[in-house]
Design a protein around this ligand. Structure first.
Ligand SMILES: Cc1ncc(COP(=O)(O)O)c(C=O)c1O
Length: 361
């Protein structure tokens, strides 16, 4: 095995090593077909088994009952920003959004492009999105409420979802799906680009509840209707076979090696605690998110000045730690602690940060 670093990338991000090894092992001859998964037909029995197993595992992991459909869609989470209002808006009713940063702002923008009447019912823009708004009230005649469960760029996360009564909740879970236990019941739909916590880029997992499908306008284009994906089991056209296969392997790793989402969550909490406890106990680095809104997945922090940040970045480049530069829109640093990142990586990072302070603090 060549050199592997501690990969803190925000997405595409680290994949579990056993998953990468399995891909390598099966690459030239997938399950006795004499072909790789990249070369077989999506209509073949071998691929259908992959698809069925991926769906079954996702349902078990997320404890989804039979009302929920698991779909695989291309176009990234960004396509869902438009598919959600196209499919789930209801004539004469507003769609509601909580604005907690770039990705929710993008979702709001897309709903507006479609001409939907959008109510932004809460926002944390006033303090550069460093917190999750509380006390969110949703009028009962709203078509749905959209939230971004984890804000990858700002390092904030909903620790409890808004109470929406009978209004279906919709969430972009791109950067925290499979990272913690949550109750699917209030959700009409949630989605996640796979490339952070669930697999490679190229596929988006969409989970939609049966009753939401009644809203899908009949005159929508085939590829933009959730009903097409439900009726054709995500195979109306050629699906992203390789990406779905990797999602299946990640789901298997979560179930069989980790032991499920509750176990994964406790590992994720250990990682986040390690880093936040360190940040809280010193005054060189400064975490950018409010304590009660901090993300378990993306930990954002700054150094005292630009010169020290440059030096920190330079030293990182010759270390075994990668992917820590903050998003280009906000600067600073960000440690993404997705499922596949081992606890040891966070210990090494904290050691590196301590040593940097010793020499530069
Ligand atoms: C929370 C969230 N939503 C949406 C996106 C955009 O995803 P995609 O590139 O799959 O469109 C990202 C990308 O980083 C994200 O973090």
């Amino acid at each position: 095995m060549g050199r592997r670093i501690y990969n803190f990338n925000p997405g595409p991000a680290a994949l579990p090593l056993p998953v990468l090894q399995k891909i390598q092992e099966e690459m030239l001859d997938f399950k006795g077909t004499g072909m790789s998964i990249l070369e077989i037909s999506h209509r073949s029995k071998a691929f259908e088994e992959v698809l069925d197993d991926a769906i079954a595992r996702i349902k078990r992991l997320l404890k989804l009952d039979n009302r929920y459909h698991v779909l695989f869609v291309q176009g990234g989470a960004s396509l869902q920003f438009i598919m959600v209002p196209m499919n789930l808006a209801v004539p004469g009713r507003k769609v509601a959004y909580v604005d907690t940063g770039t990705w929710s702002s993008n979702a709001i923008k897309e709903a507006r492009i479609l001409g939907r009447e959008v109510a932004v019912i809460a926002s944390s823009q006033d303090r550069e999105y460093c917190y999750i708004p509380r006390g969110i009230y949703v009028p009962s005649d709203t078509a749905y409420l959209h939230v971004t469960s984890n804000n990858t760029i700002r390092g904030t996360q909903f620790h409890a979802f808004p109470q929406t009564g009978t209004v279906p909740l919709v969430s972009d879970m791109s950067s925290d799906i499979f990272s913690r236990v949550f109750d699917p019941e209030p959700f009409g739909l949630f989605y996640a680009g796979a490339q952070k916590n669930a697999g490679p880029a190229g596929v988006t997992i969409v989970v939609v509840r049966e009753d939401m499908l009644e809203r899908v306008p009949k005159d929508l284009s085939t590829m933009l209707k959730y009903t097409t994906y439900v009726e054709k089991k995500s195979m109306f056209n050629t699906p992203p076979c390789f990406a779905i296969y990797v999602v299946q392997l990640v789901a298997r790793w979560l179930e069989e090696t980790i032991g499920g989402i509750a176990r994964m969550e406790s590992i994720n909490r250990r990682k986040a605690d390690l880093l936040y406890d360190y940040l809280d106990g010193q005054d060189f680095y400064r975490g950018t998110a409010d304590r009660d809104s901090r993300s378990l997945m993306n930990v954002t922090f700054l150094l005292p000045n630009a010169e020290l940040e440059q030096r920190f970045l330079k030293e990182l480049q010759t270390s075994d730690l990668g992917g820590l530069k903050g998003h280009r829109s906000v600067g600073g640093f960000r440690a993404s602690l997705y499922n596949a990142l081992p606890v040891e990586a966070v210990e090494v990072l904290v050691g590196f940060m301590r040593e940097f302070v010793r020499r530069n603090g």
